[in-house]
Design a binder for this molecule. Structure first.
Ligand SMILES: CSC[C@H]1O[C@@H](n2cnc3c(O)ncnc32)[C@H](O)[C@@H]1O
Ligand SMILES: [Zn+2]
Length: 442
């Protein structure tokens, strides 16, 4: 008998890699936070002795979900400004509210609300672009979530900094602070081609090369963004980024709803990663990311929720379903995004975009034990011909029962083990009363 820290046995194990695999009655063996084996349960019981053995008789065990683009603290602005197009939403509502309310405390309380929601929905890893990322980093460390912190840059002053130079100084300090941390890393996060001047984008490219760090940016989110760029510079934003040397495998381009076929070819050729945020794009009427055309060309496409102020939730399982359905509708092809591939986008492809695919994204021995268990019992899941079909097209996030990050149990029978739900709720309501005193509250 070999000694391990824990065993997790499930009715189904969906390792994501090899693609299309569904294992019945399998067990994941965990030691020092990493998966050391994935084998039939009867065999695991002969081979391994564990301190803890979690039996999940009616569940599917999948890799933890990777939310490849979010703005955590914006959860405090959920529902503050709905049913508006992007630029009206941003310029007339969100930026003024951020100018008034954003602070280290706001980011702490908003990020805590976001992390609680994400864990309860099966997300174990997020890539965040927001002010005061050092606050989000300390919180993720305490909570135990895997986090990629954006070193944000934007031309305008905000409550977080006076301008690009200040943001970069703060970002570099952040990078130093989290270097070599087992579950927290950093990425440059210039807001968008329309809010960060070319000289700062060039500087970011040089720094990203030197530090071997990725660049995460909103790109081609709306037709208006592209038209405005053509009107003022004579070039589409992607063309400008290409001339600045930013189109390469370090770039994580978020949204990408407006692309011609030459641009799709160029993205494929340069190895740019894309993050698809279908629900934010739908709600802000931004357009459709051509996921099928991208994947057909070999472009890596991850999935993100964007912030809860535009989505309006951080439900990655729901986002996977929307992505799968939208890809079919947008391409007129029911096979455009099958269930297994959609699940891979929210796990392994997300990890690839963030440069973490050696560590997470599939239930492969050697990777961290970032896991999510979803209960497939109950009449809403029956009959059950295909567990992956059920996960993608049928299940809701309230069926997520357990979540582990690096083998540590962060959600146990739907209860958060490192966060206090009542306290989060009380502070969220206090923020609501401050942000919109006229809105209904207790
Ligand atoms: C520099 S911190 C992030 C910045 O981005 C804003 N934001 C949130 N969602 C979107 C979006 O979909 N497109 C563009 N900008 C967005 C957020 O409010 C912060 O100001
Ligand atoms: Zn965004």
């Amino acid at each position: 008998m070999q000694k391990v820290d824990s065993l997790v046995s499930a009715r189904w194990v969906i390792p994501v890699e090899p693609e299309g695999t569904t294992l019945s009655h399998h067990t994941v063996a965990i030691r020092d936070g990493r998966i050391i084996d994935c084998l039939p349960t009867a065999q695991a019981e002969q081979q391994y002795q564990a301190d803890r053995h979690q039996q999940l008789a009616t569940h599917a065990l999948i890799p933890g979900l990777v939310n490849a683009h979010t703005h955590n603290a914006m959860s405090l602005m959920r529902g503050l400004a709905d049913d508006l197009p992007l630029m009206t939403w941003l310029q007339d509502h969100i930026w003024p509210a951020e100018g008034k309310h954003v602070s280290a405390d706001f980011v702490h309380d908003g990020a805590e609300l976001a992390m609680a929601e994400m864990l309860r929905g099966g997300t174990t890893c997020f890539s965040d672009m927001y002010f005061f990322p050092e606050v989000t980093g300390r919180l993720a460390d305490r909570v135990g979530m895997r986090a990629v912190l954006g070193m944000i840059v934007i031309d305008m002053p905000t409550p977080y900094g006076s301008g690009p130079e200040d943001y970069l100084d703060k970002g570099l300090a952040l990078h130093d602070a989290w270097r070599n941390h087992p579950h927290i890393s950093t990425v440059f996060a210039p807001h968008a081609p329309y809010t960060v001047s070319p000289q700062w984008l060039e500087r970011i490219r040089v720094l990203a090369d030197q530090l071997d760090t990725r660049i995460h940016m909103h790109v081609h989110e709306t037709a208006g963004e592209v038209m405005e760029s053509v009107a003022t510079t004579g070039q589409r934003p992607l063309e400008r980024l290409d001339r600045l040397g930013l189109l390469n495998p370090s770039l994580i381009a978020v949204h990408m709803t407006q692309l011609n076929s030459d641009e799709l070819d160029r993205i494929a050729e340069t190895g740019v990663h894309v993050v698809h945020c279908p629900e934010s794009n739908l709600k802000l009427a931004s357009g459709f990311c051509p996921v099928h055309e991208m994947q057909h060309r070999g472009i890596n496409v991850a999935i993100g929720t964007d912030g809860a102020a535009s989505n309006n939730d951080l439900d990655l399982l729901g986002e996977v379903r929307t992505a799968a359905l939208l890809a079919k509708a947008a391409s007129g092809n029911a096979a455009a995004l099958p269930a297994h591939r959609a699940l891979r986008m929210a796990t392994l492809d997300g990890a690839r975009a963030l440069g973490l695919d050696e560590e997470i994204g599939s239930l492969t021995p050697g990777k961290y034990a970032d896991l999510c268990a979803i209960d497939l019992s109950g009449l809403e899941s029956e009959p059950l011909y295909n567990p992956v079909s059920q996960l993608v097209y049928t299940s809701q996030r309230d069926k997520v029962s357990h979540v582990w990050v690096a083998g540590r149990l962060l959600l146990n029978e739907r209860r958060l083990t490192t966060l206090d739900e009542a306290d989060i709720l009380a502070r969220t309501r206090a923020w609501q009363a401050r942000i919109a005193p006229e809105a209904p509250h207790d």
